[in-house]
Design a protein around this ligand. Structure first.
Ligand code: UD1
Ligand code: CA
Length: 451
């Protein structure tokens, strides 16, 4: 059966104390909203509708950047979760199958849990995701009778007896589109909050002769973010899981607690990651690479056998082929290094193509930016770039070519040529000694005056 997603993301998130809407705060380099959309994407939804309110333009841009097909509907006043879902009604007027409601501030619902919910839908009309709460606090309580969910009661409206229930509502709910909107049409705001509760549809379903159940997941999955404290806790939870997953998949982490992954980092087995490595978004590392301590990688691809760091920075568009070596204080941006190329010390390579087996000497810089435009540097295979070479792009250096130390290269270097570009050295015999004597005499004279 096809599924459609409704993601509630209209809330301001007052306790974040932020100018940005809550769902755009990031965990592991991606907005909370994108984590929720990714979770929902595991069901291959026909339509995805994001209900936005506070910061709707920014929310809309983020949602569309992740999924160009995402539709945004506005909830101008936050009158409750039931009202929020109703805002998606028109957008889903022609949708077939089910609707699944997710919260934009709840990033960790797993694909397995959503699959368990769709399985339960084979037997029940409405499926709610619940969890055993260590501290049920102010969560809505699930009133069960065996496997049947009878109703959900919000904390504010619950009796003392109902508040004893520890099986709580996560907010995730699945049922047919028809039932969702026909039941919501009957919901009123006659309750302690004066809001339209989505949770009321369970009791209404029961009076209409429909069946409901609750599927349980681990409380960690339902973790929501309401404050910066929650955000930090969500980040920590994500990192703990990502580190464990990396270790289990065959990656060595020397000091796992010091390595930070992004939501989409891929690292192949037998890669070694030393302490204090940080991954920004869009990094893929193949098998058997070695990422040494204190490196920062973002938007980069590292192939088998490559060695990166210590203290290396790979920026978006860094493409390292097999057995490339990138050493300390080397920054690489939008550049491809072919197999076996080496840049081991103190170098900037930006907007460049480096050929197979080429060696880039210490202190080399591709001068790629003229203040307005970026230009490309092309270096061939088995070339040798001398230390402290400045490559003023656009420029090319041929195969098997060399540049002498301190060269300033602003003309193309043909294959096999040696480019030398520096002022010739002039040794003034005896001048150093004379100069030194003069300076020392001056210092002695000054000292005499001071005393
Ligand atoms: C809701 C549930 C509660 C559950 C809890 C789990 C209801 C009535 N209650 O309570 O049973 O235990 O979540 O966290 O559903 N939102 C909108 N528009 C609105 C209201 C909310 O978009 O008008 C969004 C919020 O931004 C948030 C989510 O819906 O992402 C949940 O809303 P929130 O007010 O936090 O619900 P709770 O009162 O916590
Ligand atoms: Ca909440």
């Amino acid at each position: 059966m096809s599924t459609n997603l409704i993601i509630l993301a209209a809330g301001k998130g007052t306790r974040m104390n932020s100018d940005s809407p809550k769902v755009l705060h990031a965990v592991a380099g991606a907005p909370l909203l994108i984590h929720a959309m990714k979770a929902g994407a595991s069901l291959e939804p026909e339509q995805t509708v994001v209900v936005a309110g506070h910061g709707a333009d920014e929310v809309s841009a983020a949602a569309r950047a992740y999924d160009a097909r995402a539709e945004i509907v506005l909830q101008t006043e936050q009158n409750g979760t039931g009202h929020a879902v109703l805002c998606a009604k028109d957008a889903l007027a022609n949708a077939a199958g089910d609707v699944l409601v997710l919260y934009g501030d709840t990033p960790f619902i797993s694909p397995e849990t959503l699959a368990a919910m769709t399985d339960a839908r084979a037997t029940y009309d409405v499926v709610v995701l619940g969890f055993e709460a260590a501290d049920p606090a102010r969560y809505g309580r699930l009133v069960m009778d065996g496997n049947t969910l009878e109703r959900i009661v919000e904390f504010k409206d619950a009796s003392d007896e109902e508040r004893e229930i520890t099986f709580c509502n996560s907010g995730v709910i699945l049922c047919s589109r028809e039932h969702m909107f026909s039941l919501l049409a009957q919901v009123t705001n006659d309750n302690a909050s004066g809001e339209y509760y989505l949770t009321d549809i369970i009791g209404l379903a029961r009076t209409s002769g429909l069946t409901s159940t609750a599927v349980a997941c681990d409380e960690a999955e339902t973790m929501g973010v309401n404050s910066r404290v929650d955000l930090a806790a969500a980040e920590a939870a994500f990192q703990a899981r990502a580190r464990r997953a990396a270790l289990e998949s065959g990656v060595t982490l020397t000091a796992p607690e010091t390595v930070f992954f992004a939501h989409d980092t891929y690292v192949g087995p037998d890669t070694i990651i030393e302490p204090n490595v940080v991954f920004g978004p869009e990094v893929t590392i193949e098998n058997g690479a070695h990422i040494r301590a204190f490196s920062h990688l973002e938007g980069a691809h590292v192939s088998r056998g490559a060695v990166v760091g210590p203290y290396a920075r790979l920026r978006p568009g860094a493409e390292l082929s097999e057995n490339v070596h990138v050493g300390n204080f080397v920054e690489i941006k939008n550049a491809t290094l072919a197999e076996g190329a080496k840049a081991n010390h103190l170098t900037y390579i930006g907007d460049a193509t480096i050929g197979e087996g080429t060696n880039i000497g210490a202190g080399t810089i591709t001068c790629n930016y003229d203040g307005v435009f970026k230009h490309h540097t092309q270096i061939g295979a088995h070339a040798f770039i001398g230390s402290n070479t400045m490559l003023i792009a656009p420029v090319s250096v041929g195969d098997n070519a060399m540049t002498a130390t301190s060269a300033v290269i602003n003309k193309d270097v043909p294959d096999g040529a040696l480019a030398i570009s520096r002022t010739p050295q002039d040794n003034k015999l005896g001048v150093a000694r004379k100069l030194m004597d003069k300076l020392r005499a001056k210092k002695a004279q000054q000292k005499g005056k001071d005393e």
